[in-house]
Design a protein around this ligand. Structure first.
Ligand code: GLY
Length: 397
């Protein structure tokens, strides 16, 4: 064992030995949620004059204004801002935030009426309309979700057993491609199957999760970003990366999507295979974290520690672990909750935008190999951060 591995193991054991009754989780969560409410109000006053068809995506290092992008079928991040508004409304009950959540959500309705462009339909529609329906019960929101689930299911290839994540990349990858991020979009299919959509969508989601488990992971529990298949025979061709350091590395956000995705699969199926798998890939992730619990963008970048972090991965994992801790009994579950709280503390103490920047969190990495969004504030980090805080608040009650 190297010194680094010993150090990481010590951190993991420290997280496991930290009991959740140290400090008050609800008070911790409320401190974070109050901060998020202030930042949400700042962002809203900054961007609302530009209109609801422009979506905040990122803030460059040192900047204090959101870069806005027109909503379009290509903008996979456009569901997160309405999702943040719904979560903030859930916490504050502020009617102006509700009005904004409705407007920004409504701007995305067109997604349910056009052919599926890629798998990100779940990110776009379930973060916006999904939260909107959960909080308001509006039938028109449900209709949009169910229609978008139909579109997402149209990308399923039964020969492979997965959704085609990026139709536009088939030629580039040399086949049907399925990426780790796609795990998150299964939630809309599971939900649709239970809420008036086609029941077989749950089978599609399970098949996708099972196939991803087989071909997007290595025996040590680390993940590949992409698996490529022959679209006709369904045969696996290769596994590789797109946004990670190398084909053999563990891209931090990819692993985070996996942890969140398999935890969610267990919520819908109660199949212990998903729970066991979520624990396994979580343990791999936790055992290799740096001391402050926020990963470098890729765990295997040889430039560590002089490379960018990914606060978004930490936020996704924190949210997932709060849920996972509720499914795992005893010390192990308590350890997951303690680890999530340490992640949230670290994000609050050292990664928050604060006065300088209206984002909740700074220091995420979007697509380092492409040279984009390196050390940026990115909207999805904020979405999973506020979600994690709400989950923690519920735990403390
Ligand atoms: N879904 C794309 C990403 O995680 O960057």
């Amino acid at each position: 064992m190297t010194r680094e591995v010993f150090a990481a193991a010590a951190i993991f054991i420290a997280a496991l030995s930290c009991t959740p009754d140290q400090g008050n989780p609800a008070a911790e969560a409320e401190q974070g949620l109050d901060y998020c409410a202030r930042q949400t109000a700042r962002t809203l006053s900054q961007i609302r004059p530009a209109g609801y068809m422009l979506s905040p995506k990122n803030i460059a290092p040192g900047d204090s204004t959101w870069n806005l992008y027109p909503v379009s079928k290509e903008l996979w991040t456009e569901g997160f801002w309405p999702g943040i508004l719904w979560y903030d409304y859930e916490y504050t009950s502020d009617k102006d935030i509700l009005a904004a959540a409705e407007e920004y959500t409504g701007a995305l309705e067109f997604i349910s009426t056009i052919p599926a462009y890629d798998h990100d339909l779940g990110f776009v529609i379930f973060c916006s309309y999904g939260n909107g329906y959960r909080l308001t019960g509006k039938e028109e929101y449900k209709k949009v979700i169910l229609e978008t689930a139909d579109r997402l299911a149209s990308l399923y290839n039964p020969a492979v057993g997965t959704i085609l994540s990026w139709p536009r990349e088939v030629e580039n990858f040399g086949g049907h491609n399925t990426i780790m991020d796609n795990m998150i979009n299964l939630e809309m299919l599971f939900w649709a199957a239970e809420n008036g959509g086609r029941p077989e969508y749950a089978d599609i989601a399970r098949s996708h999760a099972d196939t991803t488990m087989k071909y997007n992971f290595r025996p040590d529990g680390t993940s590949y970003h992409v698996a490529v298949y022959d679209p006709a025979s369904g045969k696996h061709i290769r596994s590789c990366t797109h946004q990670g350091y190398s084909d053999d590395s563990m891209w931090a956000r990819g692993q985070a999507w996996g942890i969140y995705g398999y935890t969610m699969c267990y919520r819908y199926t109660h199949d212990s295979k998903y729970l066991d798998f979520a624990c396994r890939i979580t343990d791999t992730y936790l055992s290799r974290l740096p001391e402050d619990m926020v990963p470098y963008w890729d765990f295997d970048d040889p430039g560590i520690p002089d490379v960018s972090r990914d606060a978004s991965a930490a936020a996704v994992v924190a949210s997932a672990l709060i849920e996972l801790s509720g499914y795992v009994p005893g010390d192990k579950g308590a350890g997951y909750l303690a680890a999530a709280r340490k992640m949230l503390d670290s994000l609050y103490d050292n990664y928050r935008g604060g006065e300088a920047c209206p984002a909740f969190l700074m220091h995420s990495t979007g697509h380092r190999p492409a040279g984009t969004e390196i050390d940026y504030a990115i909207i999805y980090a904020d979405y999973y951060y506020i979600e994690a805080l709400l989950r923690l608040k519920d735990k403390g009650m």
